[in-house]
Write a protein that binds this ligand. Structure first.
Ligand SMILES: N[C@@H](CCC(=O)N[C@@H](CS)C(=O)NCC(=O)O)C(=O)O
Ligand code: FES
Length: 109
């Protein structure tokens, strides 16, 4: 499958999706680690893609997303942002409701 189609499929099939370096259990970068921490604090499941294991996605996603770096958090098919934005939203109490709402949608499907 073309990389761009793979990306589109991942984004459409996973309501909460984190593109990151490493895995939630073993993040390979502090930015990814901090973002995972904020997401875990929201208490819902989330999907992830390790871009270090997927160099094609690492190359193509920044162009598609118009966002140059990782991590990237996608919720309901939309790019929310990277580490700075996710942490800021979490601290403002704005991340939790977004995540919970996305998770509720998944449960009722
Ligand atoms: N300020 C950024 C920090 C993330 C960042 O700078 N990521 C870099 C280093 S991990 C990156 O993804 N570079 C491109 C690459 O490694 O492919 C954020 O809020 O997410
Ligand atoms: S891997 Fe070096 S800053 Fe993320």
């Amino acid at each position: 499958m073309e990389t761009i189609d793979k990306i589109k499929e991942q984004i459409s099939q996973n309501p909460v999706l984190l593109y990151m370096k490493g895995s939630p259990k073993l993040p390979s970068c502090g930015f990814s680690a901090q973002t995972v921490q904020a997401l875990m604090n929201c208490g819902e499941q989330f999907a992830y893609v390790d871009i270090l294991q997927n160099p094609d996605i690492r190359t193509e996603l920044p162009k598609f997303a118009d966002w140059p770096t990782f991590p990237q958090l996608w919720i309901n098919g939309e790019l929310i942002g990277g580490c700075d934005i996710v942490l800021e939203m979490f601290q403002q109490g704005e991340l939790q409701p977004l995540i919970t709402e996305a998770a509720v949608k998944t449960d009722s499907e």
